[in-house]
Design a protein around this ligand. Structure first.
Ligand SMILES: Cc1cc2nc3c(=O)[nH]c(=O)nc-3n(C[C@H](O)[C@H](O)[C@H](O)COP(=O)(O)O)c2cc1C
Length: 301
């Protein structure tokens, strides 16, 4: 099947999550994980809190990700990654949020192939050949756009090209386009990771093409997160996540926001469906604790 990578999910696959769910992540056999994006903007100091969320790069299995339209600011961030021990970095050219796209970042880079090329050149130079990577979609509005960009991307020796088999216009819903993915994979001179609705464990999904030439493996995000909610040890794992989050964040609101973001992934699962309406309306960590750990009603687990 090739390599299996954990997708970056901003607000979800953060450090506290990666630590609290380290056992299932290890059991799943992930080759490694991509971290949620960190912005790089000129004149703005690298965000220490975001860097701290990466931990250190010493185990070599976490790939930090940058979102930017500024090659020089990106270099500064890549150096900060390297200073922390990271040997790889990824460029986000897939984020579909209109605010990001309008400003020419994420999927907005489809509109500016020259800039994408400068970013790839700077990234490969900073991290070294074969150590920088690109995460992209099939296009911004049409699934043909990546094919048109491929000659630009192919000029750079990437660690990997991750293709989310949708357009940005589709956001995160609607069918993935496996035909266009196959076409792009065949046209890539870099190894490719398939991404988009791949299933995991008990959570069904699309089955990525098996052994296409150039295909290195699969990146999976939401199905893995959903599958965590079906584990018999989920309560203990969740309690570790809550504990880490309470230690890291101050006040109930950010902790609740973080917990609900994860729990929303489980809201359709038989074991959680009944609890979800009560979870949604919790306003304090103690209330949430009483709902999700009823046997241990002191709030914090
Ligand atoms: C809440 C959320 C946050 C995301 N954050 C990022 C991100 O920081 N960087 C990135 O490249 N993709 C991000 N993505 C996209 C995912 O990495 C992935 O491409 C997408 O969810 C499709 O894969 P999946 O169906 O396996 O989840 C995000 C997606 C979601 C739903």
């Amino acid at each position: 099947m090739g390599e299996l990578w954990l997708a970056p999910l901003r607000g979800v696959t953060i450090r506290a999550f990666r630590e609290a769910f380290a056992v299932p992540i290890r059991e799943a056999g992930f080759t490694g994980a991509f971290a949620p994006f960190i912005p790089a903007n000129p004149g703005i100091r690298v965000n220490d809190r975001m860097l701290a969320d990466l931990g250190d790069g010493t185990d070599g299995r976490l790939v930090p990700q940058v979102i930017t339209k500024h090659p020089d600011a990106m270099r500064v961030l890549l150096r900060a990654f390297r200073d922390r021990g990271f040997v790889r970095a990824d460029l986000n050219a897939g984020c579909p949020f209109p605010m990001i796209v309008r400003h020419g970042r994420g999927s907005g880079l489809f509109r500016n192939p020259d800039l994408l090329e400068r970013l790839l050149a700077a990234g490969c130079e900073e991290m070294g050949p074969g150590s920088f990577s690109l995460k992209i979609r099939l296009g911004l509005a049409s699934p043909d756009e990546l094919m048109a960009l491929m000659p630009v991307v192919n000029r750079y020796p990437l660690a990997v090209l991750t293709i989310h088999a949708r357009t940005a216009k589709q956001m995160y819903d609607g069918d993935v386009d496996m035909e266009r993915f196959r076409e792009a994979c065949a046209a890539s001179s870099n190894p490719v990771l398939y991404n988009g609705d791949a299933g995991f464990g008990e959570i069904g999904g699309v089955v990525p093409p098996g052994n296409l030439p150039n295909m290195r493996g699969v990146m999976v995000g939401r199905a893995f997160v959903r599958a965590l909610g079906t584990r018999p040890d989920v309560s203990a794992l969740l309690s570790g996540y809550l504990e880490r989050s309470c230690a890291e964040l101050s006040g109930d609101r950010p902790v609740l926001g973080r917990m609900k973001e994860l729990l929303a992934y489980w809201s359709e699962l038989p074991a959680w469906r009944r609890l979800w309406p009560a979870i949604k309306i919790c306003r304090t960590v103690a209330e949430l604790g009483a709902v999700i750990f009823p046997a241990n009603s002191c709030g914090k687990a």
